[in-house]
Design a protein around this ligand. Sequence first.
Ligand code: V47
Length: 368
Amino acid sequence: MENLLNNFDSLCFDKNLILIKNKIVSSERLNLSDAKNIMTTSDINSLGVLASAKKEEMHGKKVYFVVNRHINPTNVCSISCKFCAFGKPKGHKDAYEMSMDKILSLVSNELKEIHIVGGLHPDWEFEKYLEIIREVSKNAPDAHIKAFTAVEIDWFSRISGKKVSEVISSLIDAGVDALPGGGAEIFSPEVRKKICTPKTTGDSWLEVHREAHAQGLPSNATMLYGHLESIDDVIDHINKLRILQDDTNGFFAFIPVLFQPYNTRLKNIKPFPFSYDLKVHALARLYLDNFPYIKAYWITLGEKAAQVALHYGVSDADGTIMSEKIIHDAGAKSEIGHTRNFFVKMIKDAGYLPVERDALYNELNIYE
Ligand code: V47
């Protein structure tokens, strides 16, 4: 950290960032007004240096990635979020339901993480989702399963009449190793109402994760940004996550997810400048001092911007994914998957040390 920050004061032209640097050097926690200063600075380069210093204090030059696959068993969904181009009503010409054979054809022990999420199908019972987990677990016993967002868990509770705590313990028994961070969107009730009513509230999302952590099930957290939210909404979202993490210490990664408008009912939203993406990632690293990892979701950022984000506090480049659908239905320009070698090169070329991990962040291979 010292090295990166040695000449900071002479190069930085935003005095608020110098005050934030002093707090970081003395391990003082940032407050809401620091967060606002980060989101409104125009000294983007200095912000990147600060976020990198914090990231390197935590992980040195290491940047993690995983050989993983996304599986979306169905896109049939009982709700219709305005930001989503993936979910389809039952009977729609593009609606699909994967058979168990199809799902199992996608899994193998080569994968270190299998990420399973999908629509809230009006006819599927909770038992069917449990069966998917049991079968995937049986067919790929060495892979970790990261499955079902808090929104799906909330839905399983409604359709099964079980408490959220019972749903979570049944998922753990079936073979779920971690929860993905999806469905958090943005916690602000006003914005949530405009982009995804009548979905699980922000408070319910947080309560599902609190319960998962209480049962020893780790999870991630996302934030959908680049739509109708304000800077204050971003700060509020990140602050709520920091408060929960102080209580539970159950989160691994925070993942900013850049909104993709194509094919959605929010398609007229104008793109934000790239500086906004960089500020969101840097804010996450600097403010979420209790989150071990900040992830660059290359699917939404694009591969090139994700590589730049490694210099803005990011310590995790996600993974191979193999066949991304949710965000590509909304027009993402990235590839739908990449090879292990792609990540090794992308991370090395940015000046960092690629480390292959599993879903629980155990280190599997360091690419010196
Ligand atoms: O919550 C849907 C998002 C999320 C759009 O935990 C959209 O490791 C942008 O949860 N534009 C799911 N985003 C993605 C997700 C995730 C991804 C990577 C890693 C992890 C993890 C979790 O997809 C949803 C929603 O915010 N989404 N539509 C869209 N048009």
